[in-house]
Design a protein around this ligand. Structure first.
Ligand SMILES: Nc1nc2c(ncn2[C@@H]2O[C@H](COP(=O)(O)OP(=O)(O)OP(=O)(O)O)[C@@H](O)[C@H]2O)c(=O)[nH]1
Ligand SMILES: [Mg+2]
Length: 510
Protein backbone atom coordinates (compact mmCIF):
# COMPACT_ATOMS: atom_id res chain seq x y z
CA UNK A 1 0.00 0.00 0.00
CA UNK A 2 1.48 3.35 -1.01
CA UNK A 3 1.37 6.56 0.97
CA UNK A 4 -0.49 8.82 -1.38
CA UNK A 5 -0.44 11.78 0.95
CA UNK A 6 2.51 13.80 -0.15
CA UNK A 7 1.76 16.99 1.75
CA UNK A 8 3.32 18.11 5.01
CA UNK A 9 1.21 17.95 8.15
CA UNK A 10 1.47 19.82 11.43
CA UNK A 11 -0.22 19.44 14.83
CA UNK A 12 0.48 19.94 18.52
CA UNK A 13 1.86 16.67 19.92
CA UNK A 14 1.23 17.65 23.55
CA UNK A 15 -2.09 18.47 25.20
CA UNK A 16 -2.84 22.07 26.14
CA UNK A 17 -2.61 22.79 29.84
CA UNK A 18 -0.14 23.69 32.53
CA UNK A 19 3.33 22.29 31.93
CA UNK A 20 6.87 23.27 31.06
CA UNK A 21 7.05 22.39 27.39
CA UNK A 22 4.78 21.91 24.40
CA UNK A 23 5.77 20.12 21.23
CA UNK A 24 4.58 20.95 17.74
CA UNK A 25 5.20 18.21 15.24
CA UNK A 26 5.54 18.23 11.45
CA UNK A 27 5.90 15.37 9.01
CA UNK A 28 6.17 15.29 5.24
CA UNK A 29 8.50 16.06 2.37
CA UNK A 30 8.41 19.84 2.77
CA UNK A 31 8.78 20.08 6.55
CA UNK A 32 12.41 21.28 6.65
CA UNK A 33 11.73 24.16 4.22
CA UNK A 34 8.54 25.10 6.11
CA UNK A 35 10.32 25.19 9.47
CA UNK A 36 13.18 27.24 7.95
CA UNK A 37 10.59 29.81 6.88
CA UNK A 38 9.32 30.16 10.46
CA UNK A 39 12.23 29.38 12.81
CA UNK A 40 15.56 31.24 12.72
CA UNK A 41 18.17 28.79 13.98
CA UNK A 42 21.17 30.14 15.89
CA UNK A 43 23.42 28.36 13.39
CA UNK A 44 22.54 27.15 9.90
CA UNK A 45 19.18 25.89 8.73
CA UNK A 46 16.97 22.89 9.40
CA UNK A 47 17.26 21.87 5.73
CA UNK A 48 21.03 21.49 6.09
CA UNK A 49 20.95 20.00 9.61
CA UNK A 50 22.02 16.41 10.16
CA UNK A 51 19.40 13.85 11.21
CA UNK A 52 18.79 13.33 14.95
CA UNK A 53 20.20 16.69 15.98
CA UNK A 54 18.60 19.38 18.13
CA UNK A 55 18.97 23.08 17.39
CA UNK A 56 18.27 26.26 19.29
CA UNK A 57 16.22 28.81 17.38
CA UNK A 58 13.88 31.77 17.63
CA UNK A 59 10.40 32.32 16.25
CA UNK A 60 9.33 35.85 15.42
CA UNK A 61 5.84 37.08 14.78
CA UNK A 62 5.79 38.93 11.47
CA UNK A 63 5.50 42.66 11.93
CA UNK A 64 2.74 44.40 10.01
CA UNK A 65 4.81 45.83 7.18
CA UNK A 66 3.68 49.07 5.59
CA UNK A 67 3.42 48.69 1.83
CA UNK A 68 6.51 49.85 -0.03
CA UNK A 69 5.57 52.73 -2.31
CA UNK A 70 7.17 53.24 -5.73
CA UNK A 71 10.04 55.68 -5.72
CA UNK A 72 10.53 55.36 -1.97
CA UNK A 73 13.51 53.55 -0.61
CA UNK A 74 13.14 50.93 2.09
CA UNK A 75 14.55 51.79 5.49
CA UNK A 76 18.32 51.51 5.42
CA UNK A 77 19.64 48.85 7.76
CA UNK A 78 22.83 49.85 9.54
CA UNK A 79 25.92 48.89 7.59
CA UNK A 80 23.88 47.77 4.58
CA UNK A 81 23.41 49.40 1.23
CA UNK A 82 19.94 50.55 0.42
CA UNK A 83 18.28 48.16 -2.07
CA UNK A 84 17.30 49.65 -5.37
CA UNK A 85 13.55 49.60 -5.98
CA UNK A 86 12.87 48.75 -9.57
CA UNK A 87 9.15 48.10 -9.51
CA UNK A 88 6.05 48.25 -7.33
CA UNK A 89 6.64 45.83 -4.53
CA UNK A 90 4.34 42.84 -4.16
CA UNK A 91 3.01 42.27 -0.60
CA UNK A 92 6.00 41.97 1.67
CA UNK A 93 6.62 38.44 3.00
CA UNK A 94 8.34 39.01 6.32
CA UNK A 95 11.59 37.18 6.90
CA UNK A 96 11.93 35.08 10.08
CA UNK A 97 13.93 37.76 11.85
CA UNK A 98 11.22 40.41 11.64
CA UNK A 99 8.61 41.36 14.23
CA UNK A 100 8.49 40.57 17.94
CA UNK A 101 9.92 37.42 19.48
CA UNK A 102 7.24 34.75 19.93
CA UNK A 103 9.46 32.18 21.64
CA UNK A 104 12.86 30.58 21.88
CA UNK A 105 12.55 26.99 20.77
CA UNK A 106 14.41 23.73 20.27
CA UNK A 107 14.09 22.03 16.91
CA UNK A 108 14.63 18.24 16.61
CA UNK A 109 15.36 16.95 13.14
CA UNK A 110 14.45 13.44 11.88
CA UNK A 111 15.15 12.28 8.37
CA UNK A 112 13.23 9.67 6.35
CA UNK A 113 12.97 6.75 6.67
CA UNK A 114 14.18 6.69 10.29
CA UNK A 115 11.41 8.66 11.94
CA UNK A 116 8.11 7.75 13.60
CA UNK A 117 6.19 8.32 10.36
CA UNK A 118 8.97 7.13 8.07
CA UNK A 119 9.02 10.63 6.51
CA UNK A 120 11.15 13.72 7.10
CA UNK A 121 9.89 15.07 10.41
CA UNK A 122 10.54 17.92 12.81
CA UNK A 123 9.53 18.48 16.43
CA UNK A 124 9.57 22.02 17.77
CA UNK A 125 9.68 22.33 21.57
CA UNK A 126 8.24 25.59 22.83
CA UNK A 127 7.32 26.97 26.22
CA UNK A 128 3.96 25.45 27.15
CA UNK A 129 1.73 28.38 26.32
CA UNK A 130 -1.36 27.67 24.27
CA UNK A 131 -0.92 31.14 22.73
CA UNK A 132 2.62 30.31 21.55
CA UNK A 133 1.53 26.94 20.14
CA UNK A 134 -1.43 28.49 18.35
CA UNK A 135 0.64 31.29 16.81
CA UNK A 136 3.47 28.94 15.83
CA UNK A 137 1.06 26.54 14.13
CA UNK A 138 -0.54 29.51 12.37
CA UNK A 139 2.86 30.49 10.97
CA UNK A 140 3.63 26.93 9.88
CA UNK A 141 0.26 26.66 8.13
CA UNK A 142 0.93 29.92 6.32
CA UNK A 143 4.30 28.56 5.25
CA UNK A 144 2.65 25.58 3.54
CA UNK A 145 1.83 22.91 6.12
CA UNK A 146 -1.63 21.38 6.52
CA UNK A 147 -3.24 20.75 9.92
CA UNK A 148 -3.13 16.99 10.59
CA UNK A 149 -6.25 14.88 10.97
CA UNK A 150 -6.65 12.77 14.15
CA UNK A 151 -4.17 9.88 14.10
CA UNK A 152 -2.63 11.00 10.80
CA UNK A 153 0.98 10.70 12.00
CA UNK A 154 0.38 7.07 13.04
CA UNK A 155 -1.57 6.43 9.83
CA UNK A 156 1.46 7.59 7.85
CA UNK A 157 3.69 5.36 9.99
CA UNK A 158 1.44 2.43 9.04
CA UNK A 159 1.30 3.36 5.34
CA UNK A 160 5.08 3.70 5.29
CA UNK A 161 5.53 0.23 6.82
CA UNK A 162 6.87 1.42 10.20
CA UNK A 163 4.10 -0.43 12.09
CA UNK A 164 1.51 -3.04 11.16
CA UNK A 165 -2.11 -2.14 11.77
CA UNK A 166 -2.35 -3.99 15.12
CA UNK A 167 0.70 -2.08 16.36
CA UNK A 168 -0.68 1.23 15.09
CA UNK A 169 -3.91 0.60 17.00
CA UNK A 170 -1.89 -0.18 20.12
CA UNK A 171 -0.47 3.35 20.07
CA UNK A 172 -3.85 4.75 21.16
CA UNK A 173 -4.08 2.06 23.87
CA UNK A 174 -0.61 2.87 25.22
CA UNK A 175 -1.56 6.54 25.42
CA UNK A 176 -4.84 5.84 27.22
CA UNK A 177 -3.44 3.16 29.57
CA UNK A 178 -3.94 4.13 33.20
CA UNK A 179 -2.68 1.05 35.06
CA UNK A 180 0.41 -1.13 34.96
CA UNK A 181 -1.68 -4.03 33.60
CA UNK A 182 -3.33 -2.10 30.74
CA UNK A 183 0.02 -0.52 29.90
CA UNK A 184 1.72 -3.94 29.79
CA UNK A 185 -0.92 -5.35 27.41
CA UNK A 186 -0.83 -2.31 25.09
CA UNK A 187 2.98 -2.20 25.11
CA UNK A 188 3.18 -5.90 24.24
CA UNK A 189 0.92 -5.23 21.26
CA UNK A 190 2.89 -2.15 20.22
CA UNK A 191 6.18 -4.02 20.41
CA UNK A 192 4.75 -6.70 18.11
CA UNK A 193 3.94 -9.50 20.62
CA UNK A 194 0.45 -9.93 19.21
CA UNK A 195 1.66 -9.49 15.63
CA UNK A 196 4.17 -12.33 16.15
CA UNK A 197 1.37 -14.68 17.24
CA UNK A 198 -0.58 -13.68 14.14
CA UNK A 199 2.46 -14.19 11.92
CA UNK A 200 2.75 -17.73 13.32
CA UNK A 201 -0.90 -18.40 12.55
CA UNK A 202 -0.42 -16.98 9.08
CA UNK A 203 2.49 -19.26 8.26
CA UNK A 204 0.55 -22.32 9.51
CA UNK A 205 -2.38 -21.35 7.29
CA UNK A 206 -0.10 -20.68 4.34
CA UNK A 207 1.50 -24.06 4.73
CA UNK A 208 -1.90 -25.73 4.62
CA UNK A 209 -3.02 -23.57 1.71
CA UNK A 210 0.10 -24.40 -0.30
CA UNK A 211 -0.41 -28.13 0.23
CA UNK A 212 -3.94 -27.81 -1.10
CA UNK A 213 -2.94 -25.55 -3.99
CA UNK A 214 -0.39 -28.13 -5.08
CA UNK A 215 -3.10 -30.71 -5.21
CA UNK A 216 -5.23 -28.32 -7.26
CA UNK A 217 -2.48 -27.87 -9.86
CA UNK A 218 -2.53 -31.57 -10.53
CA UNK A 219 -6.28 -32.05 -10.23
CA UNK A 220 -6.54 -33.26 -13.85
CA UNK A 221 -4.34 -36.17 -12.96
CA UNK A 222 -6.42 -37.01 -9.91
CA UNK A 223 -3.41 -36.81 -7.62
CA UNK A 224 -3.86 -36.19 -3.88
CA UNK A 225 -0.69 -34.64 -2.46
CA UNK A 226 -2.04 -33.44 0.80
CA UNK A 227 -2.15 -36.01 3.52
CA UNK A 228 -5.66 -35.22 4.75
CA UNK A 229 -5.02 -36.67 8.20
CA UNK A 230 -1.99 -34.40 8.61
CA UNK A 231 -4.01 -31.45 7.35
CA UNK A 232 -6.76 -32.15 9.88
CA UNK A 233 -4.25 -32.26 12.76
CA UNK A 234 -2.65 -29.01 11.61
CA UNK A 235 -6.04 -27.43 11.16
CA UNK A 236 -7.20 -28.36 14.67
CA UNK A 237 -4.00 -27.02 16.23
CA UNK A 238 -4.35 -23.73 14.33
CA UNK A 239 -8.01 -23.37 15.19
CA UNK A 240 -7.25 -23.99 18.87
CA UNK A 241 -4.65 -21.24 18.72
CA UNK A 242 -7.12 -18.85 17.03
CA UNK A 243 -9.81 -19.69 19.61
CA UNK A 244 -7.42 -19.15 22.52
CA UNK A 245 -6.54 -15.71 21.19
CA UNK A 246 -10.22 -14.86 20.66
CA UNK A 247 -11.04 -16.09 24.18
CA UNK A 248 -8.39 -13.78 25.64
CA UNK A 249 -10.58 -10.85 24.52
CA UNK A 250 -12.77 -11.36 27.57
CA UNK A 251 -9.78 -10.99 29.91
CA UNK A 252 -8.17 -8.29 27.77
CA UNK A 253 -11.34 -6.29 28.05
CA UNK A 254 -11.26 -6.60 31.85
CA UNK A 255 -7.66 -5.39 31.95
CA UNK A 256 -8.43 -2.44 29.70
CA UNK A 257 -11.85 -1.37 31.01
CA UNK A 258 -11.94 -2.84 34.53
CA UNK A 259 -13.28 -6.06 36.07
CA UNK A 260 -17.08 -5.62 36.20
CA UNK A 261 -18.34 -5.82 39.80
CA UNK A 262 -22.11 -5.44 40.36
CA UNK A 263 -23.36 -4.25 43.75
CA UNK A 264 -26.74 -5.93 44.09
CA UNK A 265 -29.27 -6.35 46.90
CA UNK A 266 -32.55 -5.25 48.41
CA UNK A 267 -33.50 -1.58 48.64
CA UNK A 268 -31.81 0.30 51.49
CA UNK A 269 -29.12 -2.34 52.10
CA UNK A 270 -26.38 0.29 51.66
CA UNK A 271 -25.25 -0.33 48.04
CA UNK A 272 -24.84 3.33 47.12
CA UNK A 273 -23.13 4.01 50.45
CA UNK A 274 -20.60 1.32 49.53
CA UNK A 275 -20.03 2.75 46.03
CA UNK A 276 -19.39 6.18 47.54
CA UNK A 277 -16.99 4.72 50.11
CA UNK A 278 -15.02 2.93 47.38
CA UNK A 279 -14.88 5.97 45.09
CA UNK A 280 -14.08 8.29 47.98
CA UNK A 281 -16.76 10.85 47.04
CA UNK A 282 -20.52 11.30 47.02
CA UNK A 283 -21.05 9.76 43.61
CA UNK A 284 -24.50 8.25 44.24
CA UNK A 285 -27.43 9.69 46.18
CA UNK A 286 -27.88 8.04 49.58
CA UNK A 287 -31.06 8.35 51.64
CA UNK A 288 -32.93 6.17 54.10
CA UNK A 289 -35.85 5.98 51.63
CA UNK A 290 -35.95 2.54 49.99
CA UNK A 291 -35.78 2.77 46.18
CA UNK A 292 -33.47 5.80 46.06
CA UNK A 293 -31.30 4.51 43.21
CA UNK A 294 -33.36 4.12 40.05
CA UNK A 295 -30.72 3.59 37.38
CA UNK A 296 -27.32 1.93 37.40
CA UNK A 297 -24.28 4.05 38.24
CA UNK A 298 -20.85 2.92 37.10
CA UNK A 299 -17.47 4.00 38.40
CA UNK A 300 -14.05 2.69 37.41
CA UNK A 301 -11.69 2.55 40.37
CA UNK A 302 -7.98 1.75 40.38
CA UNK A 303 -7.18 -0.59 43.29
CA UNK A 304 -3.44 -1.27 43.57
CA UNK A 305 -2.93 -0.84 39.82
CA UNK A 306 -5.93 -2.98 38.83
CA UNK A 307 -9.07 -1.45 37.33
CA UNK A 308 -12.47 -2.47 38.71
CA UNK A 309 -15.74 -1.24 37.23
CA UNK A 310 -18.21 -1.02 40.12
CA UNK A 311 -21.89 -0.91 39.18
CA UNK A 312 -24.34 0.36 41.78
CA UNK A 313 -27.84 -0.91 40.97
CA UNK A 314 -31.44 -0.17 41.88
CA UNK A 315 -32.53 -2.00 45.05
CA UNK A 316 -34.55 -5.13 44.41
CA UNK A 317 -38.06 -5.15 45.88
CA UNK A 318 -41.72 -5.55 44.91
CA UNK A 319 -42.87 -2.27 43.40
CA UNK A 320 -45.86 -0.84 41.55
CA UNK A 321 -43.73 1.93 40.06
CA UNK A 322 -42.99 1.38 36.33
CA UNK A 323 -39.75 3.37 36.37
CA UNK A 324 -38.48 1.55 39.45
CA UNK A 325 -39.35 -1.82 37.91
CA UNK A 326 -37.40 -0.94 34.78
CA UNK A 327 -34.46 -0.07 37.04
CA UNK A 328 -34.78 -3.40 38.84
CA UNK A 329 -34.78 -5.29 35.51
CA UNK A 330 -31.58 -3.45 34.68
CA UNK A 331 -30.10 -4.50 38.06
CA UNK A 332 -30.57 -8.14 37.10
CA UNK A 333 -29.07 -7.54 33.66
CA UNK A 334 -26.00 -5.88 35.15
CA UNK A 335 -25.72 -8.69 37.68
CA UNK A 336 -25.76 -11.24 34.84
CA UNK A 337 -22.96 -9.38 32.99
CA UNK A 338 -20.74 -8.95 36.04
CA UNK A 339 -17.72 -11.11 36.75
CA UNK A 340 -18.03 -10.54 40.49
CA UNK A 341 -21.28 -9.91 42.38
CA UNK A 342 -21.25 -8.06 45.67
CA UNK A 343 -24.42 -9.34 47.34
CA UNK A 344 -25.35 -6.56 49.75
CA UNK A 345 -27.27 -7.80 52.81
CA UNK A 346 -28.79 -5.72 55.55
CA UNK A 347 -27.70 -7.11 58.92
CA UNK A 348 -30.56 -5.47 60.71
CA UNK A 349 -33.27 -7.09 58.59
CA UNK A 350 -33.99 -10.19 60.74
CA UNK A 351 -33.32 -13.80 59.81
CA UNK A 352 -36.45 -14.37 57.73
CA UNK A 353 -35.91 -11.28 55.61
CA UNK A 354 -32.22 -12.16 55.28
CA UNK A 355 -33.10 -15.65 54.02
CA UNK A 356 -35.42 -14.02 51.44
CA UNK A 357 -32.65 -11.62 50.32
CA UNK A 358 -30.26 -14.54 49.89
CA UNK A 359 -32.80 -16.64 47.97
CA UNK A 360 -33.30 -13.76 45.54
CA UNK A 361 -29.55 -13.45 44.94
CA UNK A 362 -29.26 -17.22 44.49
CA UNK A 363 -32.02 -17.18 41.86
CA UNK A 364 -30.21 -14.66 39.67
CA UNK A 365 -26.64 -15.83 40.14
CA UNK A 366 -25.06 -17.51 37.11
CA UNK A 367 -24.49 -21.05 38.31
CA UNK A 368 -20.88 -22.01 38.81
CA UNK A 369 -19.01 -19.29 36.93
CA UNK A 370 -19.82 -16.10 38.81
CA UNK A 371 -17.95 -15.13 41.97
CA UNK A 372 -20.12 -13.93 44.82
CA UNK A 373 -19.00 -11.89 47.81
CA UNK A 374 -21.74 -11.62 50.41
CA UNK A 375 -21.45 -8.38 52.33
CA UNK A 376 -23.20 -8.36 55.67
CA UNK A 377 -23.62 -4.59 55.91
CA UNK A 378 -24.51 -2.26 58.81
CA UNK A 379 -22.62 -4.45 61.26
CA UNK A 380 -22.23 -1.33 63.41
CA UNK A 381 -25.94 -1.58 64.23
CA UNK A 382 -26.18 -5.17 65.51
CA UNK A 383 -24.93 -7.01 68.58
CA UNK A 384 -23.23 -10.40 68.66
CA UNK A 385 -26.35 -12.51 69.12
CA UNK A 386 -28.08 -11.00 66.04
CA UNK A 387 -24.85 -11.34 64.12
CA UNK A 388 -24.51 -15.06 64.99
CA UNK A 389 -28.10 -15.76 63.92
CA UNK A 390 -27.41 -14.05 60.58
CA UNK A 391 -24.25 -16.09 60.05
CA UNK A 392 -26.12 -19.37 60.48
CA UNK A 393 -28.72 -18.30 57.83
CA UNK A 394 -25.91 -17.38 55.47
CA UNK A 395 -24.06 -20.66 56.02
CA UNK A 396 -27.19 -22.56 55.04
CA UNK A 397 -27.42 -20.57 51.81
CA UNK A 398 -23.73 -21.06 51.01
CA UNK A 399 -24.03 -24.84 51.27
CA UNK A 400 -26.88 -24.76 48.70
CA UNK A 401 -24.85 -22.94 46.00
CA UNK A 402 -22.04 -24.15 43.68
CA UNK A 403 -20.45 -20.74 43.12
CA UNK A 404 -17.27 -19.55 44.82
CA UNK A 405 -18.55 -17.46 47.74
CA UNK A 406 -16.86 -15.20 50.26
CA UNK A 407 -18.56 -13.65 53.26
CA UNK A 408 -17.42 -10.37 54.72
CA UNK A 409 -18.91 -8.24 57.46
CA UNK A 410 -18.76 -4.54 56.71
CA UNK A 411 -20.05 -1.17 57.65
CA UNK A 412 -20.14 0.78 54.38
CA UNK A 413 -21.00 3.92 56.32
CA UNK A 414 -18.06 3.75 58.69
CA UNK A 415 -15.53 2.10 56.37
CA UNK A 416 -15.25 -1.07 58.43
CA UNK A 417 -14.19 -4.18 56.46
CA UNK A 418 -13.50 -2.27 53.24
CA UNK A 419 -9.77 -3.12 53.20
CA UNK A 420 -10.62 -6.82 53.46
CA UNK A 421 -13.07 -6.36 50.56
CA UNK A 422 -10.37 -4.70 48.41
CA UNK A 423 -7.90 -7.52 49.16
CA UNK A 424 -10.50 -10.10 48.23
CA UNK A 425 -11.25 -8.34 44.94
CA UNK A 426 -7.55 -8.21 44.08
CA UNK A 427 -7.21 -11.94 44.79
CA UNK A 428 -10.23 -12.67 42.58
CA UNK A 429 -8.77 -10.59 39.75
CA UNK A 430 -5.59 -12.70 39.88
CA UNK A 431 -7.71 -15.85 39.64
CA UNK A 432 -9.71 -14.43 36.72
CA UNK A 433 -6.57 -13.38 34.79
CA UNK A 434 -3.85 -15.83 35.84
CA UNK A 435 -1.25 -15.32 33.05
CA UNK A 436 -0.95 -11.59 33.11
CA UNK A 437 2.15 -11.61 30.90
CA UNK A 438 0.60 -13.50 28.01
CA UNK A 439 -0.90 -11.90 24.90
CA UNK A 440 -4.41 -10.51 25.24
CA UNK A 441 -6.76 -9.31 22.54
CA UNK A 442 -8.22 -5.97 23.62
CA UNK A 443 -9.57 -4.66 20.36
CA UNK A 444 -13.05 -5.57 19.14
CA UNK A 445 -11.93 -5.45 15.48
CA UNK A 446 -9.25 -8.04 16.19
CA UNK A 447 -11.70 -10.16 18.17
CA UNK A 448 -14.22 -10.20 15.32
CA UNK A 449 -11.55 -11.05 12.75
CA UNK A 450 -10.37 -13.97 14.93
CA UNK A 451 -13.96 -15.24 15.26
CA UNK A 452 -14.31 -15.08 11.46
CA UNK A 453 -11.03 -16.96 11.04
CA UNK A 454 -12.22 -19.60 13.50
CA UNK A 455 -15.51 -20.11 11.68
CA UNK A 456 -13.71 -20.35 8.30
CA UNK A 457 -11.43 -23.00 9.81
CA UNK A 458 -14.46 -24.86 11.15
CA UNK A 459 -15.95 -24.89 7.61
CA UNK A 460 -12.61 -26.04 6.31
CA UNK A 461 -12.57 -28.93 8.76
CA UNK A 462 -16.10 -30.00 7.84
CA UNK A 463 -15.18 -29.96 4.14
CA UNK A 464 -11.96 -31.89 4.70
CA UNK A 465 -13.56 -34.61 6.77
CA UNK A 466 -16.36 -34.99 4.22
CA UNK A 467 -13.84 -35.42 1.40
CA UNK A 468 -15.01 -32.26 -0.41
CA UNK A 469 -12.75 -31.29 -3.38
CA UNK A 470 -9.58 -29.34 -2.63
CA UNK A 471 -10.63 -26.15 -4.44
CA UNK A 472 -13.56 -25.64 -2.04
CA UNK A 473 -11.42 -26.44 0.99
CA UNK A 474 -8.78 -24.01 -0.24
CA UNK A 475 -11.41 -21.28 -0.48
CA UNK A 476 -12.25 -21.68 3.25
CA UNK A 477 -8.57 -21.54 4.11
CA UNK A 478 -8.17 -18.35 2.10
CA UNK A 479 -11.03 -16.79 4.08
CA UNK A 480 -9.27 -17.64 7.36
CA UNK A 481 -6.02 -16.22 6.05
CA UNK A 482 -7.72 -13.06 4.86
CA UNK A 483 -9.20 -12.46 8.35
CA UNK A 484 -5.77 -12.79 9.98
CA UNK A 485 -4.23 -10.51 7.34
CA UNK A 486 -6.92 -7.91 7.99
CA UNK A 487 -5.77 -7.61 11.63
CA UNK A 488 -2.26 -6.85 10.44
CA UNK A 489 -3.60 -4.51 7.77
CA UNK A 490 -2.25 -6.39 4.78
CA UNK A 491 -5.56 -7.52 3.31
CA UNK A 492 -8.23 -4.91 3.91
CA UNK A 493 -11.43 -5.22 1.90
CA UNK A 494 -12.23 -1.52 2.06
CA UNK A 495 -8.93 0.04 3.16
CA UNK A 496 -9.98 3.70 3.08
CA UNK A 497 -13.05 3.26 5.31
CA UNK A 498 -11.31 0.89 7.71
CA UNK A 499 -8.23 3.09 8.09
CA UNK A 500 -10.37 6.17 8.56
CA UNK A 501 -12.38 4.44 11.33
CA UNK A 502 -9.26 3.22 13.10
CA UNK A 503 -7.16 6.36 12.94
CA UNK A 504 -9.93 8.83 13.67
CA UNK A 505 -10.01 7.31 17.18
CA UNK A 506 -6.46 8.57 17.76
CA UNK A 507 -5.86 12.04 19.06
CA UNK A 508 -4.64 14.88 16.88
CA UNK A 509 -0.85 14.99 16.82
CA UNK A 510 -0.48 11.20 17.14
N1 LIG B 1 -25.57 2.48 60.32
C1 LIG B 1 -25.33 2.25 59.06
N2 LIG B 1 -26.13 2.77 58.12
C2 LIG B 1 -25.86 2.52 56.82
C3 LIG B 1 -24.75 1.74 56.43
N3 LIG B 1 -24.73 1.67 55.10
C4 LIG B 1 -25.78 2.40 54.66
N4 LIG B 1 -26.46 2.91 55.68
C5 LIG B 1 -27.66 3.74 55.64
O1 LIG B 1 -28.69 2.99 55.00
C6 LIG B 1 -29.53 3.86 54.23
C7 LIG B 1 -29.63 3.37 52.82
O2 LIG B 1 -28.37 3.49 52.21
P1 LIG B 1 -28.16 3.47 50.62
O3 LIG B 1 -26.73 3.43 50.39
O4 LIG B 1 -28.94 4.56 50.00
O5 LIG B 1 -28.84 2.08 50.28
P2 LIG B 1 -29.10 1.45 48.85
O6 LIG B 1 -28.88 -0.01 48.98
O7 LIG B 1 -28.32 2.15 47.82
O8 LIG B 1 -30.64 1.74 48.66
P3 LIG B 1 -31.50 1.84 47.30
O9 LIG B 1 -30.82 2.79 46.39
O10 LIG B 1 -32.80 2.33 47.76
O11 LIG B 1 -31.59 0.45 46.75
C8 LIG B 1 -28.92 5.24 54.36
O12 LIG B 1 -29.60 5.95 55.36
C9 LIG B 1 -27.50 4.97 54.78
O13 LIG B 1 -26.93 6.02 55.53
C10 LIG B 1 -23.91 1.20 57.48
O14 LIG B 1 -22.92 0.53 57.24
N5 LIG B 1 -24.25 1.49 58.75
MG1 LIG C 1 -28.81 3.20 46.15
Amino acid sequence: MKNLQQDTIVAPATTPGTGAISIVRLSGPDCFRIVDTVVKLAHGTVSSAAAYTIHFGKVYLPCVASPVLPGKASPVLPGKASPVITSVASPVIPSVAEGSLLDEVLVSVFRAPHSYTGEDAVEISTHASSYIVQELIGLLLKAGARFAEPGEFTRRAFLNGKLDLAQAEAVADVISSTTAASHRVAMNQLKGGFSKELARLRSELLEMASLLELELDFSEEDVEFADREKLLTLLDATRLHVDQLAASFHQGNMIKNGVPVAIVGVANAGKSTLLNALVGEERAIVTDIPGTTRDTIEEVINLDGILFRFIDTAGIRESEDTVENLGIERSFRKMAEAEVVLGMLDCTAGTEELAAQLALLGQHLKQGSQKLILLLNKVDLVDNSVYNKNVSVINKFVSSIDNEIDILTISAQYGQGLDALKQRLLALEKALIPNQDSTFVTNVRHYEALCQASSALQDCRTSLSRGIPSDLVAEDLRRALSSINAILGTDLLDPETILHTIFSRHCIGK
